[in-house]
Design a protein around this ligand. Sequence first.
Ligand code: FCB
Length: 416
Amino acid sequence: MSIDLPRDLILGVATSAHQIEGGDLHTDWWDFEQLPGRIQRNDRSGRAVEFWTRFREDVELMRDHGIQSHRMSVSWGRIEPEEGRFDEAALARYVEIVDAHRSAGIAVAVTLFHFALPRWLAARGGLLAPDAAERFQRFARRVALALRGRVWQWHTVNEPVVLADGGYRRGVWPPGERSLPRFARACRALLELHVAGYRAVHEVDDAPAGLVHNFISARGRHGSEVDRRAARVVQWCLDDAVVECLATGRIVPPWGVGARLDGLDRSSDVLGVNYYNGVTTCLHELPAIMDGSRGDRRTQMGWSVWASGLLDVLRSASRLGVPVFVTENGIATDDDAWRKAFLAEHLHQVCLAIQSGLDVRGYAHWSWIDNFEWAEGFGPRFGLVAVDPETLSRRPRESLRLYARIIRERTLDGGG
Ligand code: FCB
């Protein structure tokens, strides 16, 4: 059976600065990577895939495959390597990068903060520094001034909960802490950064702006009523709570207790949905919340694939009442046939969401290219494009060819 994709659905790809640029050395992540045992195989982002210097090659490949948008990010540490000192050459390079896309007919979404903090801010307390939001606002204003009129869409902060969780609860990302109260403070701080970033962008530019949240779908494992209810609670905490915060401007549990954050309820022109996987709840077994179903095939990240969960989370996201964009969705695998099936199945869910009346306007596949996957290093392969580890030369995978065909023909026929 073939399924038609709407012509006006923007189909693109996603990346982030630290993961692809190379030489992102003024950041907390760079320092963290130098510590033995922090990153799998002690990998370091190092030269990454040299997007910073090879971006023209990537843009050309994107254009040749009909890619319509690129959600990329800028590195705060690169642009402001010392507190208050802005590197004009770095800003000029970002202008060049964005313009190369525009000349190729590719719309650019820019994320202002995607996980890596400047070293100077990390040294002063990072996200929990009392003036972090103010500093971020100043940085965001500079970026917006440099790129105004060129950007299709702005994303303030990428995945607040995932970052706070990695850095302050699980301690596997910088700053490597394990403290629930500090995790909660980091979540709140990231919402403050988001509001500050949103304001800064709109002081100088009219392109829509919003937050990007990692949505997780939850379902009862055995179909029993009690498991279904548990799933609803889990899904509320993981997804709906953030939508509620953005809608009302009040920080609701588990994000915090009732406090208002001025401007939060007016900080979303759009909402970005990152979706990778789901969890199942089962109150008769321990642990009561599990990832995927038992026996599922796992990706290189250890995640199970759950395409229909994308429709669930698009429903949750749509409650905010603003246009929704899938800002990341992808799979870490060496089996490109699996990636092709993944892509087609998830795009099918996007179609179903649109058919059911949800205002979903775009889809960006994570990732354009194999890259540095944070604490997992270079092991997981998320790219539509493979990279030779020695020469860093690019090789489009079959999945990219499939995506090009889908973008051109606007039909899905089951991933073949
Ligand atoms: C998301 C991150 C992105 C990438 C993917 C696999 O949580 O936003 O940088 O690491 O996961």
